[in-house]
Ligand binder design. Structure first.
Ligand SMILES: Cc1ncc(C[n+]2csc(CCOP(=O)(O)OP(=O)(O)O)c2C)c(N)n1
Ligand code: SF4
Ligand SMILES: [Mg+2]
Length: 348
């Protein structure tokens, strides 16, 4: 009997298509990103995308840049998406979303338009389209699932990859301790556009992520959400520790959870205490080469200094926080091995 393959995990006889309305009524079982897709086990991006899209719901139009999320959810004639979903090319998701939003607007509709992209599709190849979308004021929510490398094509470094990380294109060896360059501060680039809303979130803090998605979806105009999404394959951590790794990124100060409105910081998640950076690094094979050598120890100190500088910048340990957009509090790296300032740990 011929089968219609429209939804992953469900093969039904042609002509007997399960109604989406039926799924939506069963609110305890309905997921915009449904089960049966091909993500690796413990994939932080799959978790993040399920959380975000379930909070927004099936009434939005989703535009997906090329990347792991697109590939593992739409394998050859199948789709795990139970909502209108469009695949753009790697670079132009924000431009496609701009067109979708303009067309909807011309027809008097305010259907939410949501972009989903990896860090490569956001920080690197998608950046100019994203910048244009924001500058033109399109009513679009752009969600970046930041797993800090080009995972879909085999873990190549991106401008989101932190320094000293092992990737297939930044292998540690005699002359190097992994990636030479710092992770790009994409949130500050967004802030420079003075867009209505920008925030960071991660899978370990669901209530925080929920509040931010719910807020973002209500705001009009361009909005940006950067969701740190650990990748067991590329980060080389235990698939059961995705949430722990995500939590430690926040607790060490490396990935602050913040909100910005019109370019200014409006809220931060404060830390009760700062965890040492080693607690985060030692769970991940991508940092393994740093342990046991003098050069590696230097890079660990650099990573600690970065975390300290972010804590200081956003006042994450202060009872009374004064936020600053002064980038001089950031650690600046000049060439290989040298940092101009911020090398001292303020606290651990
Ligand atoms: C113009 C162009 N260059 C390269 C590729 C190959 N490519 C597809 S996905 C991808 C990496 C995606 O990385 P990211 O956006 O971080 O998403 P992830 O897979 O990590 O979730 C690359 C290099 C492409 N599809 N188009
Ligand atoms: S490679 Fe990483 S991002 Fe891609 S599906 Fe696997 S765990 Fe998820
Ligand atoms: Mg990526």
């Amino acid at each position: 009997m011929p089968f219609r393959r429209t939804q992953i995990g469900v093969q039904r006889p042609a002509g007997k298509r399960r109604s989406l309305a039926l799924d939506k009524r069963d609110k305890f079982r309905f997921n915009v990103l449904t089960s049966g897709h091909r993500a690796c086990s413990g994939c932080g991006e799959a978790m993040a995308a399920r959380m975000v899209t379930d909070l927004i719901g099936p009434g939005a139009i989703y535009i997906n840049a090329t990347g792991c999320l697109q590939v593992f959810t739409t394998h050859n004639e199948q789709s795990a998406w139970q909502a209108p979903w469009l695949h753009s090319v790697f670079a132009n998701a924000a431009a496609v979303a701009s067109g979708v939003e303009a067309a909807l607007s011309a027809r008097g509709k305010d259907t939410p338009v949501v972009v989903q992209a990896g860090d490569g599709g956001t920080f690197d190849i998608g950046l100019q389209c994203l910048s244009g979308m924001i500058e033109r004021g399109h009513n679009v929510l752009f969600v970046c699932y930041d797993n800090e490398a080009y995972m879909n094509t085999g873990v190549q470094r991106s401008s989101s990859t932190p320094h000293a990380v092992r990737t297939t294109t930044s292998p540690p060896g005699r002359l190097s301790e992994g990636k030479h360059h710092l992770k790009k501060d994409v949130l500050s680039i967004m802030a420079a556009h003075q867009l209505p809303y920008a925030a960071t979130a991660t899978v370990a803090y669901f209530p925080d992520l929920k509040a931010k998605v719910e807020k973002a979806i209500k705001i009009k105009g361009p909005r940006f959400l950067q969701v740190l999404s650990p990748c067991p394959l590329g980060w080389n951590h235990d698939a059961a520790q995705t949430i722990e790794v995500s939590r430690l990124a926040v607790e060490t100060g490396l990935f602050p959870l913040v909100e910005l409105e019109h370019g200014s910081v409006t809220s931060v998640m404060r830390l009760a205490q700062q965890r040492p950076i080693e607690d985060y690094l030692k769970l991940q094979g991508r940092f393994k080469h740093l342990f046991g050598s003098q050069n590696g120890a230097t890079e660990i100190r650099h990573l600690q200094a970065l975390a300290d500088a972010r804590i200081q910048r956003y006042g994450l340990l202060d009872a009374e926080t004064e936020w600053t957009t002064d980038t001089s509090t950031q650690v600046q790296r000049h060439g290989r091995g040298g940092y101009a300032q911020g090398m001292k740990r303020s606290s651990t």
